[in-house]
Design a protein around this ligand. Structure first.
Ligand code: BES
Ligand code: MN
Ligand code: ZN
Length: 463
């Protein structure tokens, strides 16, 4: 979908009016149409009229409800997807940008495997915008949403078509013509480095593991020490020998959503030339119960030398993340953030509308992250991170075990990870919002791109 900025509307067909002023409705609509909307103005924030000349939509801005406009855009998109062009007229700046964002987020489809994809494809080609916004503001949003699309594509791609090596290759392709450097460590290098956690999870698979290192280092970066973003890249999680039962395996192609989100955030930063030095680390493998699979009771020597007693092979995310977090120490970072579809308990605690954060970084970082979440509606909520939960992860036969008690599993997992990081740290469990079984407004069914808009906003404004 194209977005064109115009000075004047070129037609009156399929008009969207976005405003908080009834006068604005009068200025821009023919008398009869305006009168129709006037009657409803106080009652409904979203309404439309269909005439032989096309649709007219009215979206009344509600104060203090920033996300309402994205959601209204999704409703409008429901009609527009079958039309080719529409004109958006508004007297608003920020709200117009959010409306465009909502339209773009709604315009995504994953239909590449349908034989008759052409028939299902949205027809919407372009939106002409007449509003007090600038070209560069539009471009910024388009760039971010392009990164979100990339993330959704990777998450929706099934394991049959996305191995660890393929994911690494997609990352290389994404940054091919940019200033972002990508280095992919392959199986033999990972073995030489003794990344025991990643190798343990990979043992039951016939496909090799990868470890991708991505660096975006713009010339005038505002930070002296890099921000390191670590993403869980489990391309498929069967649970391993502790195999997932019944339908718990459904959707586990999305277990690399953390990896995709981190890459997507870096991509959005680079596309918009945000001056911040960021490094991305992506450990990747599938988790399967094949011949040599790691098993409960195994003791694994991790990349940093820590020994871990495996008590559940389905707690694989923390095994591969631990090695990446330990690897991050060599950069002496200002801050390390990871994103992972790590625990079912995160989903049970807060459902699928919000990510969970926790960690030992200064409060100011958590505050800025929370604010970025509210601003983008890609929200995150902080959980406690007290020492007692670390106690649960101690083992009698190794330094740590990979399984905590029955409760607060999202926090014991975070405490396990904290053991490996020597720098200020934020852990994000995105298991809830990363992947949806049913569409929720502009976040469609499947991969959502959760974390991309959040981290872009956070890093762009980082103080
Ligand atoms: N990838 C899963 C977590 C998950 C569950 C993500 C549901 C999205 C939706 C993770 O690897 C996992 O299996 N976690 C276990 C950990 C447990 C064995 C300690 C879980 O949460 O059940
Ligand atoms: Mn698992
Ligand atoms: Zn997993």
């Amino acid at each position: 979908m194209q977005v064109n900025l115009l000075k004047k509307p070129v037609s009156t067909q399929n008009l969207i009016l976005l405003t908080d002023q009834i006068q604005f409705v009068y200025q821009n609509l023919e008398k009869e149409t305006a009168q129709y909307f006037e009657k409803e103005w106080e009652k409904e924030a979203f309404q439309f009229l269909k005439t032989p000349k096309g649709y007219t939509f009215l979206v009344k801005i509600e104060k203090n409800n920033k996300d309402a406009v994205r959601k209204a855009a999704n409703k409008v998109h429901g009609y527009l997807s079958q039309l080719e062009n529409a004109i958006l007229i508004s007297d608003q700046n920020a709200m117009t940008l959010r409306f465009i964002e909502g339209l773009l987020l709604s315009d995504y489809q994953f239909i590449k495997y349908l034989t008759e994809a052409e028939k299902k494809k949205f027809k919407l080609q372009s939106i002409d915008v007449v509003a007090p916004i600038s070209k560069s503001e539009i471009v910024e949003i388009q760039n971010i949403i392009q990164s979100v699309y990339w993330v959704r594509d990777q998450v929706n791609e099934p394991a049959s078509h996305l191995s660890a090596e393929k994911l690494a290759h997609e990352i290389e392709k994404l940054f091919e013509k940019t200033e972002v450097k990508v280095e992919v460590l392959h199986q033999s290098k990972i073995e030489a480095l003794k990344m025991g956690g990643l190798l343990a999870v990979n043992k039951g698979s016939i496909a090799p593991a990868t470890f991708s290192i991505v660096e975006y280092k713009p010339k005038k970066a505002k930070n002296e020490k890099p921000i390191v973003l670590v993403g869980k890249g489990v391309v498929y999680d069967t649970g391993g020998l502790n195999i997932k039962t019944a339908n718990y395996m459904d959707g586990m192609k999305s277990d690399m959503a953390g990896a995709a989100a981190m890459i997507g955030a870096i991509d959005a930063l680079q596309k918009n030339n945000i001056p911040i030095h960021v490094i991305g680390l992506i450990p990747s493998t599938d988790n399967r119960p094949g011949g040599e699979a790691f098993a409960s009771g195994d003791i694994i020597k991790m990349y940093d030398g820590t020994t871990v007693e495996v008590l559940n092979t389905d707690a694989e995310g923390r095994m591969i993340l631990a090695d990446a977090l330990a690897y991050a120490n060599k950069y002496k970072p200002e801050l390390v953030i990871d994103a992972a579809t790590l625990t079912g308990s995160a989903v049970r605690a807060l459902g699928n509308r919000v990510s969970i954060s926790m960690g030992n970084a200064k409060d100011k970082y958590f505050k800025q992250l929370y604010d970025a979440g509210i601003e983008t509606h890609d929200r995150v909520f902080r959980f406690p991170f007290w020492e007692e939960w670390a106690e649960e992860m101690k083992s009698d036969v190794a330094d740590l075990k990979n399984l905590g008690g029955a409760n607060a599993g999202m926090i014991t997992a975070g405490k396990f990870l904290e053991h490996f990081v020597k720098y200020p740290y934020i852990h994000m469990d995105i298991a809830g919002p990363a992947y949806l079984e049913a569409a929720d407004s502009y976040n469609g069914k499947g991969g959502t791109g959760a974390g991309v808009r959040l981290l872009y906003q956070f890093l762009k404004n980082l103080k």
